[in-house]
Design a protein around this ligand. Structure first.
Ligand SMILES: *Cc1c(COP(=O)(O)O)cnc(C)c1O
Length: 396
């Protein structure tokens, strides 16, 4: 069977270090032709040689070898039982929440990604009849106080988007387990290179693969990694019935991006540390939100559960004028949504990523008209700083 042939080395790479696993994937090169680049199986369907004889692949909505290579690679990298690749991070989240039923209560980080908030409100609260509650889970007592008998799931981001709050995954997972609640962690910002939520007790890891995993701003994708067969069966069913599995070409692009994950994360994180320090002393900057500051409220938690701080920085400027000047006058840095790619991007959460969040909640979180978010790229750090400097200087 070809399927078996494809995956005969699947477990033999367990001894490799993370930096090598990202390069060599689950199967890595093609065992049939020796192609070093894993093939893109651009096919909708698979031939059966005879009745009852199957390669293990039937139809690409259900399984496709290129998608499977990505899924198995992600399961290895996050240390999960299995993984699932979706057409977007939001499709992956929809599939996750697809296990909820009327009356279920879900606790989420309070400054969650705007699109996840929208799913919670417009689909699961208004149509399905679930109750999504947003809590500052960087305070464990607040999380504990929110738990009810009908709490089914805790969904957290750490660091959060965009306020860079840190949640203690291990402490939260202990509480979740003691109540029989599933813990899902959106690991988009740090990736398994810096943080492995499953090792810290989470049940499910979610990703917008569009961001650091892809790393080149050229694919939209989502990933879910699970720890149990029951969860795996749920996601298999979601892909099979909703038809939201990632296409072969896009799966291949994520596999290609993954090969340089470690190099990119190191550089982006290093650049971000320097840019954050520089921003902090700038007279037109009011506050810098960055997980790597030693005086960040949960710096100790970050140090314990992650090996790096990532490439994301949020900034509150002194005025709306400075914010507008920055957005309008950057030259190399691109004013665009999204994050995690090789290019430094600047976004305006108020009208872009967090537009779906009601104004009063946004204001309380600190997402105001003076607030911008930076995704630091892999360019030379001096060029990033110089560009920010000249763009801010033009504000009156
Ligand atoms: C971008 C993002 C998402 C949504 O992912 P898409 O791939 O855009 O659908 C979810 N969570 C976080 C933290 C994100 O940054």
């Amino acid at each position: 069977m070809i399927n078996e042939c494809y995956y005969d080395q699947y477990d033999k790479k367990e001894t490799l270090r993370f930096d090598s696993k990202v390069v060599h994937g689950a199967q890595g090169c093609d065992p049939i032709t020796g192609a070093v680049s894993f093939p893109i199986f651009q096919t909708a369907t698979f031939r059966h040689r005879a009745f009852g004889i199957s390669t293990g692949y039937d139809y690409s909505r259900l399984q496709n070898p290129t998608r499977q290579e990505l899924e198995r690679t992600m399961a290895i990298l996050e240390g999960g039982l299995s993984a699932f690749a979706f057409t977007s991070g939001q499709a992956a989240n929809m599939a996750l929440f697809g296990m909820l039923k009327r009356g279920d209560h879900v606790i989420l980080s309070d400054d969650i990604y705007g699109g996840t908030f929208r799913i919670g409100q417009e689909i699961f609260t208004e149509r399905v009849g679930c109750d999504f509650e947003y809590v500052d889970v960087s305070y464990i007592q607040r999380l504990e106080a929110a738990i009810r008998p009908e709490t089914r799931m805790i969904f957290i981001e750490t660091p959060t988007n965009p306020m860079m709050k840190i949640a203690d995954i291990q402490a939260i997972s202990k509480i979740a387990k003691s109540h029989g609640i599933l813990l899902a962690v959106d690991n988009t910002f740090l990736t398994p290179y810096f943080q492995k939520p499953l090792e810290l007790g989470a049940d499910i890891v979610m990703h917008s693969g569009t961001k650091y995993l892809c790393g080149h701003n050229d694919v939209v994708a989502g990933i879910a990694v699970v720890t149990t067969q029951e969860l795996a069966d749920h996601f298999t069913m979601q892909i099979k019935s909703r038809g939201n599995g990632l296409a072969p070409m896009d799966s291949w692009l994520i596999l290609r991006g993954l090969k340089t994950l470690c190099l990119r994360m190191e550089r982006q994180s290093d650049n971000a540390g320097k840019v954050a320090q520089w921003l902090r002393q700038h007279p037109k900057v009011k506050k810098v939100y960055y997980a790597g500051f030693e005086d960040h409220k949960d710096y100790a938690v970050s140090r314990r559960q992650a090996s790096g701080f990532g490439g994301m920085i949020s900034v509150e400027l002194d005025s709306k004028e400075t914010a507008m000047s920055l957005l309008g006058n950057v030259k190399m840095i691109l004013f665009a949504e999204s994050l995690g790619g090789t290019e430094t991007l600047i976004t305006y959460p108020l009208t872009q990523t967090h537009e779906s969040i009601p104004a009063d909640i946004r204001e309380k979180l600190g997402i105001n008209e003076r607030f911008v978010r930076l995704s630091i790229g892999i360019e030379h750090v001096e060029d990033i700083i110089n560009d920010l400097a000249q763009a801010m200087e033009q504000a009156q």
